[in-house]
Design a protein around this ligand. Structure first.
Ligand SMILES: NC(=O)c1ccc[n+]([C@@H]2O[C@H](COP(=O)([O-])OP(=O)(O)OC[C@H]3O[C@@H](n4cnc5c(N)ncnc54)[C@H](O)[C@@H]3O)[C@@H](O)[C@H]2O)c1
Length: 307
């Protein structure tokens, strides 16, 4: 990474943000975390990081968190596709206006790189399971995707106007230890948690929809690789699709459970095919995901069992 020494990680008490914070500290960087702990947990933030408990929409918390910072990873968000229909106002307020507040508070002479965590939720559905590249049409099926696309656009324009290098990552389905259990986010965490409780996994539709499951450590290494390399928009996934039916089968077998999934009608916001073409990230950032669900499954289960 470059000579940037002090990073702000917004949402750094959350699933991906806490892994990112630990990786930055391990590389000898200083880290400040800003998180309102709406989902994140204080104990996941290492003592070596400075922690500011506050909201990305609060100018005082932002001014405090940005003190001495020369690079920003903006991950704080309300992260749910399904939930964003019920809570569309709160979610857009955080994901769009929270991003605008952060841009407003940032001193462009001080911040030398800005990275936004966006989502595969910005894309239009694909007609077949072929991996989609960054030029695939954007047509979000949820308020969450709309908010992420708006955040991308405003960051791109404001960073360009102010001369701050800017990278957007469109993360695909991220799994790994430390993901909070909610009924909405992280199908692997949800399926494992339900099966461990003796409840069936619930599949919306016929289960033939495909997702690209990427381990959180791969997401973190790709995200960190952005700094100092070609700014731009990058997918972060594995390029490998798995149907939800197959996922349920793999998890059920690995947990030696006999509980069968329950199929319920599909939802309008469900993408049929969501698999990343990662050619751009490979070429420009040297991104090379190495982890697999097969190899990392036991660690995920062990962590969920501990809760
Ligand atoms: N997990 C995935 O599969 C996935 C996929 C695509 C994109 N993303 C994006 O990656 C980023 C991190 O996601 P995650 O899975 O770690 O989710 P997470 O919910 O674990 O982390 C988000 C963090 O942001 C914090 N937060 C929420 N609203 C805030 C606010 N107003 N002010 C300050 N902090 C606030 C939460 O407390 C939480 O700690 C998000 O931007 C998300 O949209 C995640």
């Amino acid at each position: 990474m470059t000579d940037i020494n002090h990073f702000l990680v917004t949402g750094g008490a959350g699933f991906i943000g806490s892994h990112l914070t630990r990786a930055l500290l391990a590389q000898g960087k200083r880290v400040t975390v800003l998180d309102n702990l709406s989902v994140g947990r204080r104990e996941t933030v290492p003592d070596a990081a400075r922690f500011v408990c506050g909201d990305v929409r609060d100018p005082a918390a932002l001014a405090n968190a940005l003190t001495g910072v020369d690079g920003v990873f903006h991950l704080a968000a309300q992260v749910t596709i399904r939930g964003s229909f019920d809570r569309f106002y709160q979610d857009l307020d955080t994901n769009v206006m929270g991003t605008a507040c952060l841009l407003q508070a940032m001193d462009p002479s001080q911040v030398r790189w800005f990275v936004l965590a966006s989502s595969m939720g910005v894309y239009a559905d694909a007609e077949n399971p072929k991996p989609i590249a960054e030029n695939h049409p954007t047509k979000p099926l949820s308020p969450y995707g709309i908010g992420k696309l708006a955040a991308e656009g405003v960051c791109q324009q404001i960073c360009a106007a102010r001369g701050v290098p800017f990278t957007t990552f469109r993360y695909f389905n991220t799994f790994g230890p430390g993901q909070a259990y909610t009924p909405y986010v992280g199908v692997i965490t949800i399926f494992v948690t339900r099966l461990l409780r003796g409840e069936p996994p619930i599949i919306f539709g016929d289960g033939e929809q495909q997702r690209d499951f990427i381990h959180v450590e791969d997401i973190v290494s790709g995200t960190i690789a952005a700094v100092g390399r070609s700014p731009g928009i990058y997918n972060l996934g594995t390029g490998r699709g798995t149907t939800l039916k197959a996922l349920a089968r793999i998890i059920t077998q690995r947990l030696e459970s006999s509980i069968a999934p329950v199929f319920v009608p599909p939802e309008a916001y469900e993408l049929r095919f969501s698999v990343a073409d990662i050619t751009a990230a490979r070429k420009e950032l040297g991104f090379a995901p190495t982890r697999t669900l097969e190899n990392d499954f036991d660690a995920v289960v062990a962590e969920i069992k501990k809760r």
